[in-house]
Design a protein around this ligand. Structure first.
Ligand code: FCB
Length: 451
């Protein structure tokens, strides 16, 4: 809040929530335990050349078995909330039909332990592990997948709704649609831009139908969506670069929040892509089912410039080189971008609440002689972004909480186990967890309720 007299930041509101995020496929391992069915990521990892080093999530952090240790770490960290994801193939191994009790019990037990530790469980229903059987039937480009997702979500609300009070339907649907079906960098690895747009609509439809099911279930609590919005900077002040920057933002931001907040898909964008959405009667009303919050995953901000549209740049823009320091992912470190993207969302769509649902950085994390990780670069990254959150609150944006990505080093998708975002190091051979300096830093932030 801003102090009326001094105009300066006066601290985070008392109910500001501090948390930490993970995702099922990245940490659980135990991919055939408890009757879990295969997901698109299990299959993708087995295709040569898809994931660095041919690695996969079979063991990951073994959290399916070691989750009590994770809860213990979270308790030490002192966070108020833990955002994890439910693995759909643990609940419905083939993506449809009767739920597996073992799967539901697993998440119920974990939620109970979190509540016991004074930590609010935040469940994401879909963090990319689609049951493989649904992909074999056509995946997200097919309407059927949206209907199956709503059914699965309903099973979760009914079984876990007493314990879990905050839900996110999807994590970063842009990645599911455009990396999964457009560029093929993520599972299922298809390269078909028209399919990516169909997937985008069905992801949103699945989201809206799930929100509807949530209200109908009477479970109580809040529900929202987690996106990875972007408002890139124009590389120069030239009008064509400004326009390019706007268009680059549309695919990541307006394409999702536009329809969710009752509008249409950005026509200019679809027209430029020659893309058509498979909209049926009633779909847009379902997509626009009111939500309680928008989750913002933020890592970096790019700069773009206009280039002639062509096969290399179908949208008529390209990323420009920047001066910013980069993380190990090659992503720019630009904390003010977090403020800019949240301001844009707040101004354009007026969400009831915003949460930073992921923010963090990969660095090399070389251990010192004593085997400790003094990850001062990660601390500096978090500090800069927390300062941007202070500013957001001071400016009156409805920012209600912040979650670090991530509790521990894990399977970083196509990068395998080569990029570390964790506050805790995980020994890849033994599964042993060891807090880094950033863990202690964030613990102090939480204890002090801010910087
Ligand atoms: C986000 C994903 C998350 C993690 C971070 C680094 O896009 O949601 O699972 O991999 O990037």
């Amino acid at each position: 809040m801003r102090n009326q007299a001094t105009g300066r930041f006066d601290g985070f509101p008392a109910d500001f929530l501090w948390g930490c995020s993970t995702a099922s496929y990245q940490i659980e391992g135990g991919t055939s335990s408890g009757g879990r069915g295969p997901s698109i990521w299990d299959a993708f990892c087995r295709e040569p050349g898809r994931v660095l080093g041919g690695q996969n999530g079979d063991f990951a952090c073994e959290s399916h078995r070691r989750w009590p240790e994770d809860v213990e770490l979270l308790r030490e960290l002192g966070v108020g909330a833990y955002r994890f994801s439910v693995a759909w193939p643990r609940i419905q191994p083939a993506g449809r039909g009767k739920p597996l009790q073992a799967g539901l019990d697993h998440y119920a037990r974990q939620a109970d332990a979190l509540l016991e530790a004074g930590i609010e469980p935040w469940a994401t229903l879909y963090h990319w592990d689609l049951p493989l059987a649904l992909e074999e039937a056509g995946g997200w480009p097919e309407r059927e997948t949206a209907l199956r997702f709503a059914e699965y979500a309903d099973l979760c609300f009914r079984a876990l709704g007493g314990r879990v009070k905050r839900w996110a339907t999807l994590n970063e649907p842009w990645c599911s649609a455009f990396l999964g079906y457009g560029t093929g960098e993520h599972a299922p690895g298809r390269r078909d831009r028209a399919a990516a747009y169909r997937a985008a609509h069905h992801l949103l439809l699945g989201h809206g139908l799930a929100v509807r099911a949530f209200r109908a279930s009477g479970a109580g609590g809040e529900i929202g969506i987690v996106i990875n919005p972007a408002t890139p900077r124009p590389a120069t002040a030239r009008p064509e670069d400004r326009l390019a920057a706007e268009r680059a933002s549309e695919e990541r931001t307006a394409l999702w929040l536009g329809p969710i907040y009752g509008g249409a898909y950005p026509e200019r964008h679809l027209a430029a892509q020659g893309a058509a959405m498979p909209i049926e009667a009633g779909d847009m009303a379902a997509v626009a089912e009111p939500i309680d919050f928008v989750g913002v995953n933020y890592y970096n901000e790019d700069a773009v410039r206009a280039v002639p549209a062509g096969p290399e740049a179908p949208e008529g823009f390209a990323y420009a080189p920047t001066w910013q320091d980069k993380t190990e992912m090659g992503w720019d470190i630009e904390p003010r971008g977090l403020l800019r993207v949240m301001s844009h969302i707040a101004k354009t769509w007026s969400p009831k609440a915003l949460y930073v649902t992921e923010n963090g950085a990969a660095f090399r994390d070389e251990p010192d002689a004593a085997g400790r990780i003094r990850d001062l670069d990660r601390i500096a990254y978090l500090r800069g972004h927390l300062a941007a959150c202070e500013e957001a609150v001071a400016e009156g944006l409805p920012l209600r909480g912040y979650f670090v990505w991530t509790l521990m080093d894990n399977f970083e998708w196509a990068w395998g186990y080569s990029r570390y975002f964790g506050l805790v190091r995980v020994d890849q051979r033994t599964g042993e967890r060891r807090p880094k300096a950033s863990f202690r830093y964030y613990r102090d932030v939480v204890a002090g309720h801010g910087l």
